[in-house]
Design a protein. Structure first.
Length: 543
């Protein structure tokens, strides 16, 4: 037990499932599965590393940062990551903190891989939003926040880099409220700014944490205003007292219900680099972050404490281990318990899959998972059986809904120098599309397939992987089409008529769903105006 542990706030019981009565229910109840959302450079990697330190994964904490400089040869496409200093890989990091098991799902930092990130956000129950104190809300933070909002994911905010020149904290809170329409409750408050930043007030408990304190495991230290002001020549006791009064009066109190609904965020100030404020943040997650939520399926919400195992695949990754040439499907457990060796049903095909070697991952390291519970993420090695969006169950015919695909921003045709290898290319594209590396659209008039990506770096990854793994050197050519939209209609006859009338612009995606390919926005608008009853969408969700 930890002396700084706080009692749960009023209404905290709402965050817990009603009765953690069975051993299964209490294991599920302990899980906290979250992601960090931020704009590149705000400090996500640094914060991740520090969170893992607290989680006792000290010997491994260097691993995350080392990713940037890694010099070993994993696979060719990983070298793209290395060269550009970006993170393409989504991995899962599990750590214990006090009585809880935290699963931190890492996401690619580069926006060209944003589709991966969006899918990962379907597998979490809460998120930490990291903001650079000098920059405030940046483009990518905002976009990722919007994705969280679609699912009402509760957000805990960490204002990072307080040890450097920063914007006025009131201004940052105001920006969060205005640009994200999210209420804020500061849980801590910075004392001093920039080089004169000396620590934080704990607004709820009172007391102060000092930047140069050796140990932050205890409760905040009680200090007189005059003592605080004496810490630094720029500080003034009256001014600090006045500011604290304003903070307590002007900022709303923390409301757990509002947080869980995604309307209010608790805000912590700190410096990931100096490992300051991180424990307060982690304590906040420990207290407020919700346990595994009920996940929507085509048969209604599936409760996490339901004893029958169910899971969905949100990410596929190839070649985690160059010696294995395997494919790992990352699955989020939605209910029940997974036991190594169990047989699960792959609902899409109705076929059984034996989970003989499910793995837990720590960044690049893995270990066999003997059992896992709702909220956990396991990696399932396979040779192409599993696809993104797949549901695995203990026999039930349910499918989890809401794993999204996004209409590509870029469409290309793949040019192969050796025409004899067309069949191999077809197979390779199919496999890579199942992994979510690219989308493949096959025109129904028999013309060559198009590949679609959200960002240009994905094309580089595709090219590198086709060469390295399939021995297929390719180039990309502009396609006559720029846009792809999924089409659907309740009126089957109307859809058939549309398809017949637009034959040259119709394709099928990986799942055989119909897609309309348009030369440009003008054509798309023109066609859409003349096709009442046909829905054109740029996001497709598993259903
Ligand atoms: P990211 O994953 O969100 O892209 O950010 P990352 O943690 O890599 O941090 C980006 C840069 O910001 C790094 O500096 C990092 O050291 C710095 N940084 C992170 N947190 C803090 C903080 O609290 N205070 C200060 N002053 N700096 C912080 P870099 O020079 O780009 O990389 P490095 O050479 O230091 O590794």
């Amino acid at each position: 037990a930890d002396s700084s542990a706080l009692p749960a706030p009023d209404g905290a019981a709402a965050a817990a499932s009603p009765a953690a009565s069975s051993p299964l229910a209490s294991e599920v109840e302990r899980r906290r599965t979250f992601a960090i959302i931020s704009h590149p450079d705000a400090g996500k990697t640094t914060l991740t590393e520090k969170l893992l330190l607290f989680g006792g994964a000290i010997n491994l904490a260097g691993e995350v940062k080392a990713k940037k400089n890694r010099r070993d040869t994993r696979s060719d496409w990983m070298s793209i990551e290395r060269e550009r200093g970006i993170s393409v890989v989504t991995s899962v990091m599990t750590f214990d903190y006090r009585d809880r098991v935290f699963n931190l799902l890492d996401t690619p930092g580069h926006e060209d891989f944003s589709e991966d990130t969006y899918r990962t956000l379907t597998a979490v129950d809460s998120a930490v939003m990291v903001i650079d104190a000098a920059k405030g809300i940046e483009a990518r933070t905002r976009k990722l926040f919007e994705v969280c909002r679609l699912r009402d994911i509760p957000i805990v905010t960490f204002i990072n880099k307080m040890d450097r020149e920063s914007r006025d904290p009131f201004e940052i809170l105001d920006e969060i409220e205005k640009t994200l329409a999210l209420d804020t409750t500061p849980m801590t408050w910075p004392i001093g700014r920039g080089r004169d930043f000396v620590g934080t007030f704990d607004i709820e408990r009172g007391g102060v944490r000092l930047l140069d304190a050796k140990d932050d495991s205890g409760p905040p230290v009680a200090m007189e205003m005059s003592e605080i002001a004496a810490l630094n020549a720029t500080l003034d006791a009256d001014a600090i007292a006045a500011e604290m009064e304003l903070v307590t009066e002007a900022c709303p109190r923390f409301d757990l219900g509002s947080f869980l609904e995604g309307h209010l965020t608790p805000v912590y100030f700190g410096s990931a680099l100096k490992n300051f404020g991180v424990r307060d943040l982690l304590d906040g997650l420990h207290r407020f972050a919700p346990p595994p939520r009920a996940q929507n399926s085509d048969a209604g919400p599936i409760d996490a404490a339901d004893p029958r195992m169910s899971a969905f695949v949100f990410k596929i990754q190839a070649n985690m281990d160059p010696n294995h040439r395997d494919r790992i499907a990352f699955a989020r457990l939605c209910s029940g318990k997974l036991v190594r060796g169990m047989k699960a049903k792959l609902v899409r095909t109705g076929k059984p899959v034996t989970l003989s070697t499910p793995h837990f991952f720590f960044a690049q390291d893995r270990s066999l998972a003997d059992e896992a519970f709702a909220g956990d993420v396991v990696g399932i090695p396979n040779h192409g059986t599993l696809r993104i969006g797949d549901t695995l169950t203990e026999g039930r015919d349910i499918t989890f809904v809401g794993v999204p695909s996004f209409a590509p921003e870029i469409l290309r045709r793949v040019r192969l120098s050796d025409a004899m290898k067309a069949k191999k290319l077809k197979q390779a594209l199919q496999e890579l599309a199942e992994e979510g590396v690219v989308q493949v659209f096959r025109p129904t008039d028999g013309s060559p397939a198009l590949v679609g990506v959200v960002g240009p770096l994905q094309l580089d990854v595709l090219k590198a992987r086709l060469a390295a793994e399939y021995g297929l050197p390719v180039e990309f050519e502009p396609a006559e089409f720029q846009l792809a939209r999924w089409i659907a209609s309740d009126d089957k006859a109307a859809l058939d008529t549309f398809v017949a009338a637009n034959r040259s612009g119709i394709a099928e995606d990986l799942d055989g769903d119909l897609v309309y390919l348009a030369r440009n926005e003008f054509y798309l608008g023109y066609t859409r105006d003349r096709a009442p009853g046909i829905a054109f969408t740029d996001v497709k969700e598993t259903q």
